[in-house]
Design a protein around this ligand. Structure first.
Ligand SMILES: [Zn+2]
Length: 507
């Protein structure tokens, strides 16, 4: 027999739990699953949950409960960014203003092989500090490799080192990691063999994790690199996702039909292969990534690498600690000013930023570049593929405008202007599709019982305003963003709400 006082408390809390705290009316609803946009409904939120989707004519909001008027706006689930680098700054900038203003309510960090280790420590720091957006993380293969191999990583790992990586990864997965990320174009991941990657990736299978990769070569050998990802997915028995998919160099252009054929092959084998893509024709990386053979003092190699990435006029410095005055200029421009050959200039810059003699005062961002080396048509074709979702590859105060503009740019250009996909399909690519790869059952759709991560945007005006010169500028046409039922953006301005949480796989 339940004690009457206890019963009273139970009833009190369950009633309090479903009492509305926020109501959104007059909006057209894109549910995230790809269904047609509907009107005439109100979305009722109690605490952090959508508790009711009611007929607006029959609904009356109780006195004193806040209503948001969504007239002229589309209500969508919050955007889930599958490739996000906010882990670099979320502890310093828990408001994550550039992220939340563009509608990102969940950022999946730990990308390109680099995660904060161990995840449990990072997660508790984020929780203690507060966050405006939800943070989920994959485990970085490169981070594990560094921990297991120390400074001696310019070779394939030995069996005992692989065992160490697997043990670290297993613990991170127990603590809520969503999968394994690699960045095989970068050190130390680039020294790994496919066998090594397969063996480590097997660890995530019992947890339902996925393998996600910045592949070995995004340029000349991109098709081989995607095939390697397929092999890893198949042999480890886990879904595979291609990070920021692109034909990233001049020599790789014109091969879209080969991508289609490869994906058909994956489907025929029953593999689950997905990809994410950012809506920009230029990437952000390091000077070093231009010469994959790492033979930085071989002029012919340097010339091949620079030219295949669009040539000296299409490579623009975003960071250069030894001489910050060159930031914003292309290699061609800087070379002209210095009366130097641009390839010799590149070689000099590599020497000046050699990891062996970097100055502590240079900080983490010693050198960085934008490379304009993708074709618009390829981006459009990727977005037409139902397996390809949107990601930013951005950071809270990163040097690439995608860090503040990805989602409004996708909606404004690729959906509204180019009509690459319908509004419903565009929303699905930012919401339920990533949620399904993550295995998130309570986010990514608008339905009763789902968490109240929501975005209100104006489909006629939404657009990015961030540029190479002003990479953190706020977008237009996203007046409201709600994270776990809390208003995180109001009239386009980030609030002080810290409604975000750490999301842990399986919890
Ligand atoms: Zn990457």
């Amino acid at each position: 027999m339940i004690h009457p006082l206890l019963l009273h408390l139970v009833l009190f809390f369950s009633a309090a739990h479903s009492d509305p705290t926020l109501v959104i009316k007059n909006a057209r609803i894109a549910d995230g699953a790809g269904g047609p946009v509907v009107s005439g409904k109100v979305v009722v939120i109690a605490g952090d949950t959508i508790v009711k989707i009611a007929d607006q004519k029959k609904w009356k909001t109780p006195a004193g409960i806040r209503e948001i008027d969504g007239s002229g706006l589309v209500l969508s689930p919050g955007f889930i960014d599958m490739h996000n680098h906010s882990d670099s700054r979320i502890l310093q900038q828990p408001g994550a203003m550039t992220q939340v203003r563009q509608g990102i309510t969940t950022a999946v960090v730990g990308q390109d092989g680099g995660s904060k280790e161990p995840l449990a420590t990072f997660f508790s720091q984020v929780e203690k500090n507060g966050t405006a957006i939800n943070i989920a993380s994959t485990v970085g293969f490169g981070s594990l490799r560094s921990l297991a191999m120390g400074d001696d990583w310019r070779r394939p790992a030995k069996p005992e080192e692989i065992a160490k990586m697997k043990a670290l990864l297993d613990q991170d997965m127990k603590d809520g990691g969503f999968g394994l990320s690699s960045g095989i174009e970068y050190e130390p991941d680039s020294y790994s063999t496919t066998d090594e990657l397969v063996e480590v990736t097997k660890t995530i299978k019992p947890y339902g994790g996925y393998y996600v990769s910045h592949v070995r070569d995004e340029g000349a050998h991109v098709l081989d690199s995607w095939r390697e990802l397929m092999v890893i997915s198949e042999r480890a028995g886990v879904p595979g996702q291609i990070s920021h998919i692109k034909f990233g160099s001049v020599s790789s252009w014109g091969q879209f039909p080969k991508y289609t054929a490869l994906m058909k092959e994956a489907d025929a084998k029953g593999l689950k292969i997905t990809a994410d893509c950012y809506p920009y024709n230029y990437w952000h990386s390091t000077l070093r990534v231009l010469v994959l053979s790492r033979r930085y003092d071989d002029l012919a190699e340097v010339k091949r690498g620079v030219d295949d990435n669009g040539g000296p006029e299409n490579i623009i410095l975003t960071d250069y600690a030894p001489d910050p005055s060159v930031v914003g200029k292309s290699l061609a421009q800087i070379a002209k000013e210095k009366r130097m050959d641009p390839y010799q200039l590149y070689m000099q810059m590599i020497r000046e930023t050699d990891p062996a003699h970097r100055k502590p005062e240079w900080g983490e961002d010693v050198e960085g570049i934008l490379g304009i080396s993708m074709q618009e048509d390829d981006i459009k074709n990727f977005y037409k593929d139902p397996r390809v979702m949107v990601s930013s590859d951005g950071a809270i105060d990163g040097g690439h405008p995608r860090g503040a503009g990805t989602y409004p740019r996708f909606l404004g250009r690729y959906v509204r202007e180019y009509k690459v996909v319908s509004l419903e399909e565009g929303v699905r690519k930012m919401t339920s599709l990533p949620a399904s790869v993550l295995g998130l059952k309570d986010r990514g759709r608008i339905a009763e019982g789902m968490k109240a991560d929501l975005v209100l945007f104006n489909p006629d005006t939404v657009i990015d305003r961030s540029t190479i010169k002003d990479p953190t500028a706020a977008p237009e046409g996203i007046p409201y963003v709600i994270v776990n039922g809390q208003v995180a953006v109001e009239n386009g301005v980030a609030t002080s709400a810290r409604g975000g949480r750490v999301l842990r796989k399986g919890k």
